[in-house]
Design a protein. Structure first.
Length: 134
């Protein structure tokens, strides 16, 4: 017949197993949540980088429009062919529509770039990171 000590030992072992499994489940849940947040943060960083390229192109295009308006307003009053040639070359150089449109390259995604989008989580991973002294 089993003794009370054997039952207590079996129950203690089972409780230890359950606690270990619960801790692992919690770590797994934390990792899955972190992976979802990290993926969303990476998408946001890429979106922001592409938006910056687009806004830069729009600003350059607006500058081209102002140069065109200036040249139109100046009309025949500009009697400096060297200056007109330089203006035309500069205009073409900055005009984003004079270059082929391509999807912008994405810079390397750094922890620093991810941090604002990580909802307070560490971009390095779901487990708490040791403090780094400087």
């Amino acid at each position: 017949m089993p003794r009370a000590d054997d039952y207590q030992a079996a129950i203690a072992a089972r409780l230890t197993d359950l606690r270990t499994a619960a801790r692992q489940d919690l770590r797994d849940q934390r990792r899955r949540h972190w992976e979802q947040v990290r993926a969303a943060a990476e998408r946001q960083v890429i979106q922001d980088q592409r938006a910056a390229v687009l806004l830069g192109q729009v600003e350059r295009w607006e500058r081209v429009q102002k140069i065109d308006a200036f040249l139109l307003a100046a009309g025949q009053d500009l009697h400096a062919p060297d200056w007109l040639n330089w203006i035309g070359a500069y205009r073409n150089q900055i005009d984003p529509l004079k270059q082929p449109m391509t999807m912008p390259d994405v810079d390397a995604i750094t922890h620093q770039a991810l941090t604002p989008f990580m909802q307070g989580l560490d971009p390095a991973g779901p487990e708490p990171q040791p403090l780094k002294w400087r």
